[in-house]
Design a binder for this molecule. Structure first.
Ligand SMILES: [Zn+2]
Ligand SMILES: [Zn+2]
Length: 314
């Protein structure tokens, strides 16, 4: 059994601290990955502190994983030992239902298995995430990584990257369309607090991706949409938002939601990033600074993503 070490917590109140545990032996279609980099996602903080009420302890966070394959089962075809592999938010699903058959495993009818703090479908153990030195996963839920990309900058693509890529694909965003991203930088910035700026862009957007997870009013943004256009939410505010229905019916606009992406689409996103040389802007930290990184994330003191250099885990 691969022995593992990482940073985890025994309960919602304690900071992350060194832990050790074992992972199961990789099966015929599974690989063992020695982790090089893991992104720090805001969900990791929510989960470590049980802010969504679904955490299982002991908990080792981390679902933006990049590493090198150190063992591969006899039936593995996608990877060989020494290859770079990436793992995101889910690591298994029923593989039989309609969404799974379509490669949309994140919408699995039985619920996909999360990379950490979930019940493993193979042996019933609790999944331990990527704030650790290794991971065992079926090759279906691991991705190949274009060799031209900076590896630390790839890690956040596995959660944050696919979460923003998938809705752009699903709502067929393409050349010539005016797209708004709420909560990120862009070519042109409209300050939502500036009424004149908001008015000047009213009714002009083909699509808006709303990545804000803090409570906020939706109506001012709906007013920016063209007739029949959609605003898709990918952030998760703690309290359900309300909406003035008038702001929907007056231009037949839609509010929609989206989360991560399936395995086919995640690979497509990574290949797209390879082709266009896209990675996330990151600040690389040693794992000993992960609690500090959580606090800095809460203060929005990061440009734009923390990534843990796992070689610092001794
Ligand atoms: Zn995440
Ligand atoms: Zn399924």
């Amino acid at each position: 059994m691969p022995s593992s070490k990482g940073y985890g917590t025994p309960n919602a109140e304690s900071p992350l601290a060194p832990v050790s545990f074992t992972r199961r032996e990789p099966g015929a279609t599974e690989i063992l990955i020695e982790i090089l980099y893991t992104g720090v996602c805001h969900s990791d903080l929510h989960m470590a502190r049980n802010e969504w009420g679904q955490s299982i302890y002991p908990l080792v966070p981390g679902h933006e994983i990049l590493g090198r394959v150190s063992a591969a089962g006899s039936k593995v075809t996608k990877f060989k030992v020494g290859d770079i592999a990436a793992v995101g938010v889910i690591v298994d699903s029923c593989r039989k239902c309609a969404p799974c058959k379509k490669g949309e495993e994140h919408f699995c009818d039985e619920g996909a298995t999360l990379t950490y703090a979930a019940k493993d479908r193979v042996d019933g153990s609790i999944t331990m995430g990527g704030y650790s030195n290794n991971y065992v996963v079926d090759e279906r839920f691991a991705h190949t990584v274009p060799s031209n990309l900076d590896m630390a900058g790839v890690a956040p693509l596995l959660c944050a990257g696919i979460t923003t890529y998938s809705p752009l694909r699903h709502w067929k965003v393409g050349p010539g369309m005016k797209v708004g991203i709420i909560g990120l930088g862009a070519d042109e910035v409209i300050l939502s607090t500036d009424e004149a700026q908001m008015k000047a862009h009213a009714g002009s957007f083909d699509f808006i991706l709303n990545a804000v997870s803090a409570p906020h009013k939706l109506e001012p943004y709906l007013a920016l949409l063209k007739q029949d256009a959609t605003m898709t939410l990918v952030g998760l505010p703690e309290k359900p938002p309300s909406v003035d229905v008038f702001s929907l019916i007056s231009k037949r606009v839609s509010i929609a939601g989206s989360m991560i992406g399936g395995m086919i689409e995640t690979q497509e996103m990574l290949d797209y990033c390879g082709k266009h040389n896209i990675t996330a802007d990151v600040e690389v930290i040693p794992i000993q600074k992960v609690n500090e990184a959580f606090e800095r994330m809460l203060k929005q003191d990061v440009k734009y993503r923390f990534v843990i250099d796992m070689s610092t885990l001794k």
